[in-house]
Design a protein. Structure first.
Ligand SMILES: Cc1ncc(COP(=O)(O)O)c(C=O)c1O
Lengths: 83, 394
């Protein structure tokens, strides 16, 4: 995995911890909705923060394929690399 | 998980949230006495959550028109607008709406929900972008999904945020549809239309404004926020509904772009559903006249809105940011909201309850909507009920 990916993962985990609380363990395999109890609206708000953090546009349609932290990191990575 | 297991999970989640025996979202209304009163169980209650802004549901002109159409044209059209379902009345209402806005074209739809689905999915498609306010109504979200365009949200009423998101799009902002609402249904606040129009011009985008809650409520003749702000020329498409200030059911889109008419051939929510019934069209035509001439109704509506808003503010309830016919009480927990909602019902007042995730920012809402048909005494009575419940809720 590239440095870029790890950098995105780290920043994403920082945002997730603010939503899920510091005591929850977050790994790339963590399921956003079932394990972190992030509901649909929280996820949509998280996306706006991610857009600002990385200065990218993340269409919310792309989230249909996203379930885990890894998948979200990958999505951001793809959008960032395509810029 | 099987298909039915998923529904069982929904039932379990609702049961965990709502106290036993409290069917908040399915209260059957018995008799309807008037635009503001009805019977629930064996008691008379005050409607304070309907969207009957001008109180026209029992207007004699509308009742008469509906009766006549029912007698002469039957109960339903049994056809789509596209095939056998466009009667003279449908066309006439479209002309009257276009004239009302002094616009080139209008299309009438079967509901406001479908008006948004049809307009959004007819305008934008794969490869385009739609920028929507974070507090947008579900019909806007669903229309966006149906379109296949990329959906990007901006922070509610935050123009710096919209600017930033348009900038990020680069050249794609030219094939971007921006969507806002005249008055937002959650908190009753208005869109900053002047700034939105400025941004859409600067980025060469297209603007759709949903006036569902502002039609009949804002502007001298009731056009909505476009009239209140004098900015109708800056808005490309306006959608709205007959189900609120017009007291019926149905929806519309108006525009000065002649291309609007092409939606009739490409838009599935227009084509693949039956057209509104003749009685609905007839009552809506009568209601639109009353709405246009309803300066006095709007005065009464706003008087009621200010009266209840300032009373609740004095009592220390946290409210939406500005007085409006939608008066949302914002509560920190679903338990507080349910207690307030239930307490109001015990006082004979029926309002709307919104729990997370339906309400913004994890809060819960007890939402009142006032009507021109409410009397000052009814507003006083509602204010007193909120006062009685204050101690136990806050
Ligand atoms: C902002 C907004 N748009 C559209 C609609 C849909 O209107 P209708 O009830 O005609 O389907 C509503 C109604 O709930 C609304 O609040």
């Amino acid at each position: 995995m590239s440095n870029d990916y790890n950098d995105i993962l780290q920043k994403l985990c920082h945002h997730l911890r603010q939503l899920a609380g510091p005591e929850v363990e977050i790994t790339p395999q963590t399921d956003l909705i079932n394990q972190l109890a992030i509901d649909s609206v929280k996820l949509l708000n998280l996306i706006m923060e991610i857009e600002d953090e990385f200065d990218i546009s993340v269409p919310i349609n792309a989230l249909t394929d996203v379930q885990t932290v890894h998948e979200l990191t990958n999505l951001i990575h793809q959008i960032k690399s395509a810029k | 998980m099987s298909l039915l297991d998923k529904l069982d999970a929904v039932a379990a989640a609702r049961k965990a949230l709502l106290p036993e025996g409290m069917d908040v979202f399915g209260i059957p209304i018995g008799e309807i006495y008037s635009a503001t009163e009805a019977k629930i169980g064996d008691r008379r209650i005050l409607f304070l959550g309907t969207n009957n802004y001008l109180g026209l549901t029992f207007a004699p002109e509308c009742l008469r028109a509906a009766h006549e159409a029912l007698e002469s044209e039957g109960t339903g059209t049994t056809g789509s607008r596209m095939a056998s379902g466009s009667y003279g009345g449908h066309r006439a209402l479209e002309r009257e709406f276009a004239d009302f806005y002094t616009c080139h074209s209008c299309i009438v739809f079967t509901t406001g929900y479908q008006a948004n689905l049809a307009t959004i999915s007819g305008l934008a498609g794969a490869g385009d972008v739609i920028l929507i306010d974070g507090d947008s109504h579900a019909s806007i979200y669903d229309g966006c999904r149906l379109s296949g365009a990329e959906i990007i949200r901006f922070r509610h009423n935050d123009m710096t945020d919209l600017d930033k998101r348009l900038r990020r799009l680069g050249e794609r902002s030219r094939s971007t549809l921006i969507i806002a609402e005249g008055i937002y249904s959650m908190l009753g606040d208005r869109a900053p239309l002047a700034e939105i129009v400025k941004l859409k011009d600067a980025y060469h985008s297209t603007l759709l404004l949903d006036e569902a809650h502002s039609l009949g409520v804002l502007g001298k003749t009731g056009q909505g926020l476009v009239e209140e702000t004098g900015l109708i020329g800056g808005v490309d498409f306006i959608t709205g509904t007959f189900s609120k200030s017009l007291g019926g059911i149905g929806g519309y889109c108006v525009s000065n772009h002649p291309q609007l008419d092409q939606l009739r051939y490409v838009s599935r929510p227009y084509i693949f559903t039956a057209s509104p019934s003749p009685a609905t069209i007839a009552s809506t035509r009568a209601a639109l006249k009353l709405l246009h001439d309803g300066v006095g109704l709007r005065q009464q509506l706003w008087k009621n809105a200010h009266q209840l808003y300032s009373r609740l503010q004095e009592l220390g309830y946290q409210l939406g940011p500005e007085p409006s016919p939608i008066i949302a009480t914002i509560l920190d927990t679903p338990q507080q909201a349910m207690a307030l909602w239930h307490g109001l019902l015990e006082h004979g007042i029926y309002v709307n309850l919104m729990l997370p995730p339906a309400a913004p920012d994890g809060k819960s809402l007890v939402r009142c909507s006032v009507s021109a048909a409410h009397t000052s005494e009814q507003m006083d009575y509602a204010g007193q009920a909120f006062a009685d419940l204050r101690e136990t809720i806050l």
